[in-house]
Structures are given as structure tokens and as C-alpha cells.
Design a protein around this ligand. Sequence first.
Ligand SMILES: NC(=O)c1ccc[n+]([C@@H]2O[C@H](COP(=O)([O-])OP(=O)(O)OC[C@H]3O[C@@H](n4cnc5c(N)ncnc54)[C@H](OP(=O)(O)O)[C@@H]3O)[C@@H](O)[C@H]2O)c1
Length: 200
Amino acid sequence: MPDQRRLSYFVASSLDGFIAGPDGGDPSSWWPITEDYLDFIRSEFPETLPGPARQALGISDPGHRFDTVVEGRRSFELGLAAGIPDAYPHLRHLVFSRTLGSAADSDVEVVSGDPVERIRQLKSEPGKGIWLVGGGSLAASLRPEIDELIIKLGPVTLGSGIPLWGHDAGFDTQTWTRTEATAYPGGMTLLRYARSGDSV
Ligand SMILES: NC(=O)c1ccc[n+]([C@@H]2O[C@H](COP(=O)([O-])OP(=O)(O)OC[C@H]3O[C@@H](n4cnc5c(N)ncnc54)[C@H](OP(=O)(O)O)[C@@H]3O)[C@@H](O)[C@H]2O)c1
């Protein structure tokens, strides 16, 4: 029997645990993009680059980890504001929102129902991994379903901003098993954790 699909929260974080500044803007404004970081994304996670970036960098590699991407409405709207209705045309793309109605790009599925239920449905279908982009608020809603954290820890502190689990996450201790910690010359540390399944 094939392995069940897993939900991975693959996200860029500052050293002080923020995934975005207080203005909720795009992390590219503070994330240090170094040559070795680009090489890492190109070789390990090419499917996580937005379509226009893939085009600009000449990347057609479909990647091998994810075939589906899920994000919260506020993260999705950053793409819309930049004139990109579907930032990930090479992936199945779902956006969670109770207010959006429908997306401008019909290839993007807007889900107004319970994210946990929808993720469980996706996991029961065959396919590659499911990438949770963020943001923090959607990640908090999906905490019980996240099988893996892949944190790109940048050599930068922000002081304030949107935390890994958003602003309103409740206190709920979860333990994780570290499966990788790789330091890159440009300053990023890639941290990878599997859910241990224990609540303490
Ligand atoms: N560092 C990174 O790698 C990274 C990655 C992605 C995003 N980000 C950053 O994250 C920030 C946005 O994060 P955020 O926490 O403010 O917002 P978000 O999680 O992107 O979006 C929040 C919205 O998602 C919908 N949502 C969340 N939980 C839901 C639920 N249980 N049921 C239905 N809909 C639900 C709601 O939309 P409605 O209000 O429409 O119902 C909610 O307002 C942006 O600044 C972005 O740059 C960073």
C-alpha cells in the first residue's frame, strides 16, 4: 500500500520566529536571497518557486516532493496584488477563505469549509506531498494535520511581525522529532521535524 500523503509546513522564518513583518508583506523584502539559497531551492524544492520565478530562472523541473499547495487567503492575496492570480500553476492550488467566494483564476480552488476536513480528504487521495505555504493563521488552523515542519531559518531577526502560528494561536505544546539540520554557507539553516505524535 502506498504511503499516505503528508502535509508539510515549508516556510521561511526569522531567527525570532516570524514568517512576515508586521505589515504582512512578502517575506522577500527581508529574506536574504543568496546564491547558495537559490541553488538549494533549485535542486531540492523547485516546485515551491512561483511560476514567474520558475520562468525567469528557466526552471521546468516539476520537483518530486509536492504536487499540491495550500494557503490562507491573506497569503494568496499577495499574489493577486502583484497581478498573479495563480502563483503556482504547476501545482494543484487550494486557498482557504470564508470571504473570497471564488478565485479570479478558475484553476485555484477556494475552500470555505473546515481546512482540517479538506486536508484529510486530500490525504486520502493518491498523490505526492501537500505543501502548506502559510500564512500563520491557516497554519494554526491546520496544526493537528501537519506531519512535517520544514523551516528555512534565515540569519535575520525582525523584532515583530507575524509568528509561525499567526497571532491568535492558543497554547498547545506539541513535540517534534528533528530529522535534519543543515547549515548553508549563506547563513540559512534548514530545520526539518516530523510530528512525534505526543502532546506534552
Ligand atoms: N515566510 C514564509 O515562507 C511565508 C509563507 C506564506 C506566507 N507568509 C506570510 O504570511 C502572511 C499572511 O499570514 P496570515 O496569518 O496573516 O494570513 P493567512 O494564514 O495567509 O490567511 C489568513 C486567512 O486564511 C483563511 N483561514 C484561516 N484559517 C481558516 C479556517 N480555519 N477556515 C477558513 N479559512 C481560514 C481566512 O480567510 P478569510 O478571512 O477570507 O476567511 C484568514 O483570514 C503574509 O505576510 C505572508 O507574506 C510567509
